[in-house]
Design a protein around this ligand. Sequence first.
Ligand code: BGC
Length: 426
Amino acid sequence: MTKKIFPAGFFWGASTASHQVEGGTVNQWSEWELAHASDLAKTSTERLSKSTPDWPSVKAQASDPNNYVSGKGVDHYRRFEEDFDIARKLQLNAFRFGIEWSRIEPEQGVWDEDAIAHYHTYIAELKERGIEPFLNLWHWTMPTWFTELGGLEKRKNLVHWRRFVQKIGDEYGSELKYVITLNEPNVYAVFGYVTGEWVPEKKSFYTCMKVYINLVYAHRQAYKIFKKTKPSIQIGIAAQLANIQAKRPHNVLDEFATAWMRFAWNWWFLNRIRKQQDFVGFNYYFTDYYKGFKPDNPGAPKNDLGWYMEPEGLYPLLVRVWAHYKTPIIITENGVADSTDQYRQWWIEETIVAMERAMSEGVDVRGYFHWSLLDNFEWKFGWWPKFGLVHVDREHGMKRTIRPSAIWYARKIKSLKRGDLPTREL
Ligand code: BGC
């Protein structure tokens, strides 16, 4: 069965983002971390104890201010070759990474040649190992000179974005086949500008919409610039899509809320860039059941962050995405915060089954990127949630240890590539 489903060139990948792993990044997020670390630590119990399933084991880390500082990251900026060796060992043939704008252009209009050279080497080292690079331009972090000008709140600031994109196109275009412009514009706009829990902590629906619309322009402009620089390049975004369902399937209110949420959260942005995407890239973490306008999810199973887990929810979502856009799909992120590695294998297995089901019905899925290769800095949560296929011990020389689920995943990929080994015999 599986043999026929996944084609030979299917991308089995993992995803990362520069700020979450590199170490030493200086941008609007790193500044925000330094300003908020002690507060976040002090308020951790009141913020997190109820929603975190195993709070006693998390408490010490979550109440330590160091948890909230990305700092040295997992030193991926220096250890990328070691990490790519691991990726290859894990049978991965694709890798999504972020290029850090604040490194490339630390001051307005000034390019950092060392940083530019670094990413040339980085891409070359991936290719050397037979791993297809998927370069991601924007994963929420920006140089402070840009955010001080008002960042994405002002349309006219996109002139700086275009200059950056052109530079990336000129430098790396010839080395790349795939580019992802934006990561989860909806999450950034809502957390930064509606709930105000992320930098720049604003609570204004009006500004949120301005930013969101500017991100539509940012994508379209990047698409145009890249296509002009290299017509064959394949471009998409990494949207955050949820499998949104009505809690009570025949309840009018639940049905209405579901339709509205699907439109507002999932389709609004993608509809606007319909003509400027060669693939629909999306990140899948959530299935949400709506009772009226309130999510009302089952109480179990939950991951370490307290997020309800329904990996098989990927199947109906894939079918819906395909029905909407009839464009090849790449799952650009998908994973689970699981420090004890009790759920990850199950999650990946269910995910593969969900892809198989959708693909067997003609949904054109081209690749799957697990989040993440390495344990990484989880934004406002900091370091304690563990998403890595590979555990990183930040206290002991950043030692990398491959988790058992990743070993299973590697064998599974190998068998799917060969097409001859049912899962149970692994
Ligand atoms: C983001 C990642 C993040 C992951 C897990 C995604 O929404 O793109 O940066 O680490 O979720 O929280």
